[in-house]
Design a protein around this ligand. Sequence first.
Ligand code: ATP
Length: 364
Amino acid sequence: MVSAAAVEAKGVTKVFGGGPDSVRALDGVSVTIQENEFFTLLGPSGCGKTTLLRLIAGFDFPTEGEILLYGQDIAPLPPFKRPVNTVFQNYSLFPHMTVGQNIGFGLEMLNKPKAQVDARVAEMLRLVRMEELRNRKTSQISGGQQQRVALARALAPAPKVLLLDEPLSALDYKLRKDMQIELKRLQNETGITFIFVTHDQEEALTMSDRIAVMSKGHILQVGAPRNIYDHPAERFVANFIGETNFLQGELAGTAGSKANVRLACGGAAIAATLPEGFSPKEKVTVVVRPEHAQIVGNGTRATLTGKLENVVYFGTDTHFHVRLQDGSEFIVRQQNNRTNPHKFAQGDQAGIVIDDNAAQVLRD
Ligand code: ATP
């Protein structure tokens, strides 16, 4: 089944202010978010995530470009007429009202009949598993419970798209983990498109169907978590998400999205995935995740060789720091095996085998 585009941003630019002090918060952003997707905008502070969310919600307007909702330009629609709702970082609950009143508030504003509001509030309380707290004031419930009320309130009018602006950042680590699972469940059960904003890469990787990585008002890469993690095509993305090894080299041969790269640290040329836009013989940077390589004895099977400078035990896994022949460092992360522990020690000459399909050429 081909799913419909729920939200489309087309060449969206947002400039705040004028003259030399103006800020280009978004610069020609184009992205399509599918119906029923859990879509995450991920990037560091100030990259434009909240600005994009606010434009979708209608709290602000693009300087250039347009935003379509199910194919319709939504520019003429004020926020309350858009089938979109927002969960804010600080929840914005009414402390003097009960949980039930908070959840029903939006529906009452829409003049829905009381019986309908009551039924919907009960349904939402069931959904967020808070039936017993219906009559409690929101000032008398915990942070995690407030988060659930904020979600229930935003979901009550059955929006087509739910915007979530760093909704878990005020929660402590354990609660945040629980709420990540809870959010995913809510999205599955309601089938509503979620657009989630975070600067936390782990949160993005664990919850999203797709992630857009943003930097300085641009979307650099869009893809499924595994794709973004395994094949970061941009240096910023490789650096921002997870740890990685950077290797210098030169293209020795290319065929479509595949390349052979001769590495500066020696050894045979390695196969790597190649983004578009490279010329033959170009100098390139290749990235390999530390867990996508194995440490082996200094034999012929190794792709790279070097001296083991450090062996760091982390309980679940061990990190091997290898100094390669060109002076660069390569880290291999290997899961610990109780029955067959590794036999490498600091100072050993070691080999590294890079897994198939693990090397990626970077666009700088
Ligand atoms: P954070 O994670 O810190 O919330 P963000 O990625 O959501 O960051 P935005 O809030 O979208 O970033 O801000 C993008 C840029 O636009 C920043 O440089 C910010 O200072 C600027 N900006 C945002 N809103 C305004 C405004 N109303 N007036 C002027 N500049 C603004």
